[in-house]
Design a protein around this ligand. Structure first.
Ligand code: NAP
Length: 313
């Protein structure tokens, strides 16, 4: 039996790439010098596609692959995968939930500490010699007793909440539906922003949540408030956020994700009241290995005729 043909749109971890090469005839679109010509040559044979959250797969690419049966992404987010195009053809989609939850929640807490305790500015104060010249650094704001509002109380949102409690913070949330939890439920992002000292975004990206955190929501977080985004840049009106950070209508922001990646808006890098991270919340060796293994295991289940481990939808 010939091995099934598999298209790599974006590579996963080395050990799992070796596993793919042992089980499939692998075609590396990610390495192709002329991707259009390469795809035209291999497309009719491709039965499976491997991608990542930042790369996804477009409707045009799905249309170009007539034998495609499954798309496996090494990400929990599916906002760059044209799910409609896949569903219309009965193409399975798998993602990698749960295995990345703890790392992403850790980075949310890191960004909270970096912004509220002004760790980025404190580092620069020591490194520049300002401490010796200008004296003690300005006082910052305690976490204990502060209200953390989480927009999207799913796997990652709940893990963030669990980390906030030992710091003595209060948790509130907004989601599409109320959850059986002890945290206060707010009916809208606006209501959550008015309640929060620290507003954390943990929803999916995509059309459903585009600019859900609007200019009005940002202004409700306010001059003493902090916006943390570990979800997707598209969930925030980024231009409104930058303007509010520049003129003090928003106190500070801790951002792992941006409207345009990897070229984050230059205006952000000149602000003193931000902490920036290169979309790296799941970026540990352990978690990326676990995500990549889930990609391999989902594909193996599919070609063995077994139930998929983590199907989308
Ligand atoms: P999840 O378990 O599906 O949770 C998503 C939550 O968002 C749910 O509580 C859902 O509410 C809520 N939600 C969806 N649409 C909403 C809306 N319009 N308004 C308010 N709440 C809404 O997903 P997860 O595993 O926690 O992952 C969340 C997202 O984190 C991913 O989709 C991805 O974009 C992002 N992420 C980022 C990184 C990174 O490296 N920065 C890594 C992993 C994931 P209901 O339960 O009421 O439907």
């Amino acid at each position: 039996m010939p091995l099934p043909d598999l298209l790599v749109l974006s590579m996963i971890r080395p050990d799992q790439m070796r596993q793919l090469e042992a089980a499939y005839t692998v075609h590396r679109l990610d390495l192709a010098e002329d991707p259009v010509a390469f795809l035209a040559e291999v497309a009719p044979r491709i039965r499976a596609a491997v991608t990542t959250g930042g790369r996804g797969i477009t409707a045009d690419e799905v249309a170009a692959l007539p034998a495609l049966e499954i798309v496996a992404t090494s990400s929990v987010g599916t906002d760059k995968i044209d799910l409609g195009a896949c569903a219309a053809r009965g193409i399975h989609v798998t993602n990698t939930p749960d295995v990345l939850t703890d790392d992403v929640a850790d980075i949310a807490l890191g960004l909270i500490l970096m912004t509220r305790r002004r760790l980025v500015e404190g580092h620069a104060y020591v490194a520049s010699g300002a401490w010796a010249q200008e004296g003690p650094f300005a006082l910052t704001s305690a976490l204990k007793g502060k209200k953390v509002g989480i927009l999207g109380l799913g796997r990652i949102g709940q893990a963030i909440a669990a980390r906030c409690l030992p710091f003595g913070m209060r948790v509130g949330y907004c989601a599409r539906s109320e959850k059986p939890v002890d945290f206060e439920f707010m009916p809208s992002p606006q209501a959550l922003a008015e309640w929060s000292d620290i507003f954390v975004i943990a929803t999916p990206g995509g059309a459903q949540t585009e600019a859900l955190v609007s200019k009005e929501v940002i202004e409700a977080i306010g001059p003493r408030g902090t916006l943390i985004n570990i979800a997707r840049g598209s969930v925030v009106d980024e231009a409104a956020m930058i303007a509010a950070l520049q003129d003090g209508r928003l106190g500070s922001a801790g951002l792992d994700v941006f409207a345009r990646e990897p070229e984050a808006d230059k205006a952000l890098t000149s602000l003193h009241n931000v902490a920036l991270s290169p979309h790296h919340a799941s970026g540990t060796v352990e978690t990326r290995d676990a995500m990549a293994q889930l990609v391999v295991d989902n594909l193996a289940a599919h070609f063995a005729g077994a139930p998929l481990l983590t199907p989308v939808g």
